[in-house]
Design a protein around this ligand. Structure first.
Ligand code: 13P
Ligand code: SF4
Length: 338
């Protein structure tokens, strides 16, 4: 209980809003039942990313990657969106569906890519390259989106970069690893922002090569946020949903997975008889590849955020409209992508 109160204290940003000693957080099945009851009472929808803790994935109404979740947020007619993912994802939901109340279990669920690329920084980069188009990965905050011409996600980035006018230079932000991968795939020379994902850049090419040597019947699959040496070893590179589909449909029975470990929860459900091995990271004392930010969300925090409708994502309308434009441009160009 003490731990739950701590969670509540850290998570409810409005001082004096509640007497925290009075907060009772149900446990176990009661907690799940209480969340489902709140969902009904408040006409809420729970959206969750594949990197969320398994117990959150299990009670979500909709489970998806960034593109799928953005679409689900845009299309929902629920009154409240409880967004179980990281902050930029919940913010994108608010940008796309501003009349809904969007709550996030933990406002500190950030992202190293989003945190490393400010709107002002991107504006300065743009000024240094007049005439360049700015294509920005959805892993960024609203101010950064507002400085962009088009947003991409890992599942539509290649299609979108290929669709941009060939005679215009492209600035790609903030993920240099995804940017390098796209340059190789599309043949477009892009000006890259120097950002990276702390989870995907932690994979060790040497240790993964050893894993492959020890498992000659396994295929290595990787998210394009991984560094080039890891991608060069991979049998398949794809977005979160592409990796899930690949494991489900490919004939191979054993996979080494170079992406955030939360994905294994859904992979095991879709391919229960296949062997799934998390790829190894540099730090030998930690064989995990978990996103610390994604894992800030817990069922307790989800319960609290739905009950007290806090922390809520709010946004200045002028900023929202500026950030909406490049997201809409993305949705228009990725209609054929599931
Ligand atoms: P997806 O676009 O594949 O969902 O990836 C989101 C993300 O944060 C990857 O690290
Ligand atoms: Fe951001 Fe990386 Fe976590 Fe995805 S896995 S949310 S890119 S820090």
């Amino acid at each position: 209980m003490e731990q739950a109160l701590d969670i509540a204290k850290n998570n409810l940003p409005v001082k004096g809003f509640l007497d925290l000693k009075d907060i009772q957080i149900p446990q176990g099945q009661d907690l799940i039942d209480a969340i489902l009851k709140l969902k009904k009472e408040k006409n809420a929808v729970i959206l969750a990313h594949y990197y969320q803790p398994g117990e959150i994935q299990d009670i979500a109404d909709y489970l998806g990657d960034s593109l799928q979740l953005a679409r689900a947020a845009k299309d929902t007619d629920a009154d409240m969106i409880a967004f179980c993912g990281v902050h930029f994802m919940a913010e994108a939901a608010k940008i796309l569906n501003p009349t809904k109340k969007v709550v996030l279990p933990d406002t500190l669920a950030g992202c190293s890519l989003a945190d490393g690329c400010s709107g002002e920084g991107l504006r300065k980069m743009r000024e240094q390259h007049p005439g360049a188009l700015v294509a920005t990965y959805i892993n960024c905050n609203a101010e950064t989106k507002a400085e962009s011409d088009i947003i991409v996600t890992s599942s539509n980035a290649e299609t979108i970069i290929n669709a941009l006018p060939k005679d215009q230079p492209i600035i790609f932000a903030p993920d240099k690893n995804l940017g390098r991968y796209l340059m190789k795939k599309t043949g477009r020379d892009m000006i890259l922002w120097d950002g990276s994902c702390i989870v995907h850049e932690a994979f060790s090419m040497e240790r993964i090569a050893k894993q492959l040597a020890e498992n000659p019947d396994a295929k290595l699959i990787a998210h394009p946020e991984s560094e080039t040496p890891v991608l060069e070893l991979a049998h398949f590179i794809g977005s979160t949903s592409a990796l899930l589909n690949y494991v489900e449909k490919d004939d191979c029975q054993k996979f080494i997975i170079a992406t955030e470990e939360g994905i294994l929860h859904e992979m095991k459900k879709r391919a229960p008889h296949k062997e799934l091995i998390p790829a190894l990271v540099f730090d030998e004392s930690c064989n995990c590849s978990e996103c610390f930010f994604m894992k800030r969300n817990t069922l307790e925090k989800l319960y609290l955020c739905m009950k007290y409708e806090l922390p809520e994502i709010t946004m200045d309308e002028e900023l929202r409209l500026k950030a909406l434009k490049p997201i809409e441009a993305m949705l228009e160009l990725s209609k054929t992508i599931k």
